[in-house]
Each structure stands twice: as C-alpha cells, then as structure tokens.
Design a protein around this ligand. Structure first.
Ligand SMILES: Nc1ncnc2c1ncn2[C@@H]1O[C@H](COP(=O)(O)OP(=O)(O)OP(=O)(O)O)[C@@H](O)[C@H]1O
Ligand SMILES: [Mg+2]
Length: 308
C-alpha cells in the first residue's frame, strides 16, 4: 500500500472515426490526478467525454494518445492493476435468466473469489436483499444499477470507478447511493471516481471535481474552492435606478425591475447600506446568495461553447 495517487491521466485523447467526415474528438488531451481516499467527481453534460475517459481508464478502449495510470501502473502495459479496481460502466450486462444473487455468484467464481456471506452483505448494502432471488430480466433499471454497484464491490476493490452510478434511481435511491459512496471513502478508506451530469449530486458527495465539456477539462478543484468567491448580493431598494447608479461606482451591478444583483461578498453589505442611506435611498433588504454548483457549471459550460 502506501499509494497516494490513485489515478493519473496524462495527455489522454480519443478520436473516433477514421474518415475526416465522421471523426469525433471525444476526449482532447486531458490530464488529471486523483489522490487516494477521495470521492472525485467527473462532471459534464451528455456527450462531454466522461464514459470515453472511463473506458480508457479501464483499458476497455485504446487511447489515441496519452497514458492512464492506476496506482502508478500503466493500465495498458500493466493490466493486472485493474484487479484493485471495481467498476460500473454504462449498461452493465448481466445474465437475464439468472437471479441477482446467482449473477454475483458467477462473477465471484470467475474471479476465483466466491464468498456467499460477502454476497449476502453486498446485496443488503445496495438494498437488493428482498429481490435477490428474482431473475434479472424482471429487474427495473434502478435494480439493475444496484446490482451493478454490488458487482463493482465484489472483489473489495481499493478504487471504485463508477460511471453515472445513480442513473435510473429514484430520489430515495439516489440518496442511498450517495450515502453509500461517501461511506466507502470515509469509513473504508476507498477512493471513488464517479461521473455524473447531476450537479447537485457532485456537490453533495464529492471532495473534488473536474468539469469536462466537449472533451476538455474546463475546471478542476475542490468543490468548496470552485464555489468560493462566487457569492452575489441581492439588493432591494428604492428608488432602484438611483441605487444602481450609486453602487455601480464600486461593484458590477445587474438590474431587473425589482432588485439589483451585485457581484460582491457578504462583507460588502454594511458598506453598501451606508452609501445608499447617505444618498437618500431606502434599503428594504440585502441578501447574500451563494452561486450553486449548478449555476457555476452552466456558466463554465457556456463559456466553453462561446455561448455566454
Ligand atoms: N464508439 C464510438 N464511436 C463514435 N463516437 C463515439 C463512440 N463513443 C463515444 N462517441 C462520441 O464521443 C463523444 C463523447 O461520448 P461519451 O459517451 O464519452 O460522453 P459522456 O460524457 O459519457 O455522455 P453521457 O452523459 O451522455 O453518458 C460523443 O460525441 C459520442 O457521440
Ligand atoms: Mg456516459
């Protein structure tokens, strides 16, 4: 053990299609480093390149350029390192005519690691115990997703790579999976790399996040840091146009018919109130509003498409 870096991606690219017309640059020269013990989010809209990156990490497809390392082992050249990885990738395939439990048993036996007690425990952990003896072809999308999660955990991996783990789950199920993932890191010291297009989800469960758009990493950092300094204040005052003129000398102001939105910190509020009152403006309310990761995400994604 003693690993500090779980995943290292260096200048990874993937281009699909040989003919120029059909060519898709799904992943463009991305580099990332994920420390052990973290829950790391890979956030991006549909088609951003999340699954493609994950497939390269798991050696399911070959990168066009660049390298992926897990625990400092090159995943293509030292494929064995993937034994330390549990993965859930888009559209996990099971034997439909077998029960959930039997599917896990087959997987465990294939890996030469069959332990009925562990399977029982995993089924309970993913909330599938009561349906474990039903055939998979009778499972809902959410139940298959839960089974996929149990399958990823079978070999008690150090690193979990989960592609949209809450896909197809209802709000209660999503909450359970989030708690479950957080617990894997906090209580069991696992590292989790998960992709999502759900911003609230990343905000709730991840320590760090990389935002990917159109195959490129557009931001990377601790979730808290990305949001820091992104507060704005909403000012309700009358007359509003006069308030806008006064505050506009000091801060960027946007106006609508009822309030002003000002890019400033909460600490600026007393100063604002003084300036307004000294100039005969009535202040009704000033509230500070933290930008959610969602707003932030939309703003960086728009920047990327030149749509801002
Ligand atoms: N096998 C393939 N052949 C051609 N193009 C592909 C292939 N796989 C993915 N792509 C393209 O690569 C881009 C990235 O796809 P990818 O599946 O990695 O996105 P994603 O971020 O996982 O999106 P989603 O949130 O919809 O799952 C898309 O434009 C997609 O159409
Ligand atoms: Mg995907």
């Amino acid at each position: 053990m003693g690993d500090t870096v779980a995943i290292r991606i260096e200048n990874l690219s993937k281009t699909f299609g040989r003919r120029a017309k059909r060519r898709v640059h799904a992943v463009k020269n991305i580099s990332l480093e994920i420390q052990t013990g973290q829950v790391y989010g890979f956030l991006g809209p549909n088609g951003a390149g999340k699954t493609t990156t994950i497939r390269m990490l798991l050696d399911l497809i070959r990168p066009t350029t660049g390298d992926a390392y897990i625990y400092d082992r090159h995943v293509r050249r030292e494929h064995d390192v993937l034994r330390r990885v549990g993965a859930l990738v888009e559209g996990a395939a099971f034997y439909n005519f077998l029960t959930g439990r039997k599917n896990l048993e087959v997987l465990a036996r294939t890996a030469n690691d069959y332990d009925p007690i562990r399977i029982e425990m995993l089924l309970a952990q993913v909330g599938l115990a009561h349906r474990a003896d039903q055939r998979v072809n009778g499972y809902s999308t959410g139940m298959k997703q839960r089974l996929g999660l149990a399958a990823a955990l079978l070999g008690d991996p150090d690193l979990l790579i989960l592609d949209e783990p809450t896909n197809g789950l209802d709000p209660g199920g999503m909450h359970e999976v989030r708690e479950f993932v957080r617990n894997l890191a906090d209580e069991h010291g696992k590292t989790v790399f998960l992709s999502s297009h759900l911003l609230g989800e990343i905000e709730q469960v991840c320590d760090r996040v990389a935002i990917i758009n159109l195959g490129e990493i557009v931001r990377e950092g601790a979730v808290q840091d990305l949001l820091e300094g992104k507060t704005h204040l909403r000012v309700e005052a009358a007359p509003l146009d006069k308030a806008a003129a006064i505050l506009g000398e000091f801060w960027p102001v946007t106006t609508n018919t009822q309030w002003l939105t000002i890019s400033a910190a909460r600490d600026d509020a007393p100063h604002m109130v003084r300036r307004l009152v000294e100039n005969g403006v009535d202040v009704f309310q000033i509230t500070s509003q933290r930008q959610t990761l969602e707003e932030y995400f939309l703003s960086v994604v728009r920047e990327g498409t030149g749509d801002a």
